[in-house]
Ligand binder design. Structure first.
Ligand code: SF4
Length: 101
């Protein structure tokens, strides 16, 4: 889901003239279940690159950062990768344990 879709779903549609994500949904979406992590990383890198050249980046970032973290859409928005719970849970939590040698 891209920023413009989220805005629509919330009934809030900020103007995002020239949004580079328009029509490129799959590049910005969060990882699909079972999707190859290398493919996800590649398309998210591409999405971040598009955000960096987006004329609406500042406006998009302001909106995104004003949302409570739990309401932020997953995937790439405003040049940031916001991982969904499935992606976060696959990573180890906390600091690595110290090993006793
Ligand atoms: S900054 Fe990125 S997510 Fe936001 S409108 Fe532009 S391309 Fe879309």
């Amino acid at each position: 889901m891209i920023a413009a879709d989220v805005f629509s779903a919330l009934g809030v549609i900020p103007a995002l003239p020239g949004a580079r994500c328009r029509g490129k949904y799959t590049t910005f979406d969060e990882a699909a279940p079972g999707e190859d992590p290398a493919v996800v990383e590649q398309r998210h890198r591409q999405a971040v690159s598009l955000c960096e050249r987006c004329p609406s980046l500042d406006r998009c970032r302001t909106w995104f950062e004003a949302l409570p973290p739990r309401k932020r859409p997953h995937g790439v928005v405003a040049g940031q990768i916001n991982r969904g719970p499935e992606e976060r849970e696959s990573r180890p939590r906390g600091r690595p344990r110290k090993t006793v040698s």
